[in-house]
Design a protein around this ligand. Sequence first.
Ligand SMILES: *[C@@H]1O[C@H](CO)[C@@H](O)[C@H](O)[C@H]1NC(C)=O
Ligand SMILES: *[C@@H]1O[C@H](CO)[C@@H](O)[C@H](O)[C@H]1NC(C)=O
Ligand SMILES: *[C@@H]1O[C@H](CO)[C@@H](O)[C@H](O)[C@H]1NC(C)=O
Ligand SMILES: *[C@@H]1O[C@H](CO)[C@@H](O)[C@H](O)[C@H]1NC(C)=O
Ligand SMILES: *[C@@H]1O[C@H](CO)[C@@H](O)[C@H](O)[C@H]1NC(C)=O
Length: 653
Amino acid sequence: MFWGALLLLFSSNVVAERHDADLMSFVTLPEVRALKWEITYYDRERMAPGYWFVAPYGQISPEHPTQKYQQYQVGPYIYDDNGVLIWAGSPLYDNHNTFDFKPVHNIDDNPHLSFIVGWEFDNSKKGHGAIVNNKYEVEKEVQVVNELHDFNMHEFNIMDGGKTALACTYRSQVVNMADFGRPTEESWVTTGGFVELDVETSEVLVEWDSYDKIALHESNMFNAWDSPAGEPGWDYVHINAVDKNEAGDYLISLRFTNTIYLISGQDGNIVWRLGGLESNFDQDFTFSKQHDVKFVSSNGTHHVISVLNNASDERGNDENVSAALIIELDTAVVPMTARVIRRINRPDGGLTRLRGSVRVLPNENIFVGWSERGYSSEHASNGDLLMTARFASERYSTYRSFKGEFTGRPSAPPDLVASVYGTDEEDTTTLLYVSWNGATDVVKWNFYAQAYDRGEPVFIGSVNKTDFETMFIADGYMDWVSAQAIDADGNVMHTSVTVRTEIPTNWKSAGWDGNASGPSPDDPSIIAAANKNLGSSSGSSSDNDSDSNAISGDESADLINDGTSTGSSGSSSHSNSQYADAKEVAKAVYTAYDIIRGVGSLLIFILVACTLGGAGYAIWHAIRARRSRSYQHVPSEEGLPTEEIHLTSAPRE
Ligand SMILES: *[C@@H]1O[C@H](CO)[C@@H](O)[C@H](O)[C@H]1NC(C)=O
Ligand SMILES: *[C@@H]1O[C@H](CO)[C@@H](O)[C@H](O)[C@H]1NC(C)=O
Ligand SMILES: *[C@@H]1O[C@H](CO)[C@@H](O)[C@H](O)[C@H]1NC(C)=O
Ligand SMILES: *[C@@H]1O[C@H](CO)[C@@H](O)[C@H](O)[C@H]1NC(C)=O
Ligand SMILES: *[C@@H]1O[C@H](CO)[C@@H](O)[C@H](O)[C@H]1NC(C)=O
């Protein structure tokens, strides 16, 4: 009946909420709706290690807040390459759009994350560049310190050592139109430039602007006969990327001149142009409307750069397919040469109309973000397609997508939620859900229950982690529960706070056929011991037993569908007299704990423990006597196998 009601609830939910079935939802993080992925693997063996870093947004400009509560969907997100959520970062900046979200390994020995937080919808804040450590604490917020409208969304590029960062700038200025043959006229233009900022103080250390460096005629956006514009003016260059090499020169991409420029770090002059109307290179390829231009290597005379050639924009396309290009530049020869050493066409043959990114990974694989709908692909160094992925939802894009290794160790503890249901005293079940937002490398969850708030945590089972959220079904009514994240070496990484199990608002409507106050909680040590015994007598290990109860993450929705069978098979295997006996003892002990809590007297505790311990031992002994194989653990004085009583050793902060 309980399952029937839940099933009904679930299916009506599906009908009503079909449009958001492309979002994940979690019991432990109810405020988060992370995007689901559609993934196709072509050769998983050759994929690079690492996680995906994306920052989905619905619309690029900040949305007006409404009175309506909105769940977290946009902002920085980390996934593994199964599409399993690792970190939902949207709560950190309250659902603000973020851009250029990526792992950063050049600050110190610890991995960091960096991203741009978008400006405020009412321009009350200009946005900023954020650096977050791997405990998910904000370490630096790099501000716009001058008159610029915002921290431009295109680039937040942290230089080696983490002392400085590069950002793009857009500035409205008045220019004389002499370059268009109209020296008596002026127009507003939006010039493009970059700054190198001090990460600590946000001070501008280096500033470059196209104003006196790039003539109007280099732009493919405006014509000599166009009428002069008012503020903010012609967006005539549209800078969208900046990088710096060891020699201290800057590589910039101007989308509306179809040109990549090397800017001297000495004097700010243009060293060379690649592409566009005034290319200095002998080149055997074309590109246009390029994005995310970065150095792969650079030694003074030879540069290897990566470029996303989206070859298309809202005004039309110059080529039929967008591509990632790895280009080798030789500036020691005359004329200088530019050669494509790797061209990776967009796997679906499409055109990237919106932004994008390309990076060469440490193992020389190439990861490309085609932007719209989060479409991304990974390729071997020879270009072979290994994987494509995109958001299940059409409503979101990400400006750039990255892949990289990362170790996340959140300072916040894991989130645990538990609830109990049941039809009578002998048939209660506790559902536990746990997740740890941002943690990498958790392989297993151990679950513990306590008879009362200061009781000893008793191990009640463990489940391998396969999804963001892990579910565990415990027999009985476990009132005080906690969970431990376990790494591959079996170490405890962190422990959740001990939470109390939620009870149905109305026991009757949850199928309970006892009296209205519902069941009383069980003593976990007795239930755990009984399960252990039943487990070994039926020939299966207790690990297998608990694992068979485990359902992870998204599959918890399926559980509700299949719940009838899962639930009843779980309980029927234990609906025998031994189990009922154990439950009786559990109740008695729990009642005793209740008394202790009320009276708080050590003497009474000892008296009660001795009395009940004796009764428990007697029943325990009876159970053992009836079993064919004897229990290998030595019962303690209370009749509980000591090995099963695990004290949590990790500090609980
Ligand atoms: C730069 O790299 C190229 C190609 O690897 C090499 O031929 C050249 O000698 C290098 N130049 C310097 C200054 O190291
Ligand atoms: C695009 O494809 C069409 C048809 O396949 C072809 O005629 C055209 O030349 C192509 N354009 C470019 C720029 O490659
Ligand atoms: C849990 O993970 C361990 C180690 O990877 C593995 O040996 C075991 O089979 C897994 N258990 C289940 C039920 O998948
Ligand atoms: C309900 O059951 C509990 C425990 O069995 C008992 O203590 C309590 O008095 C009962 N309440 C009613 C209203 O019957
Ligand atoms: C686990 O339980 C399942 C189902 O009862 C059984 O088929 C399987 O052999 C068991 N595995 C182990 C390792 O005991």
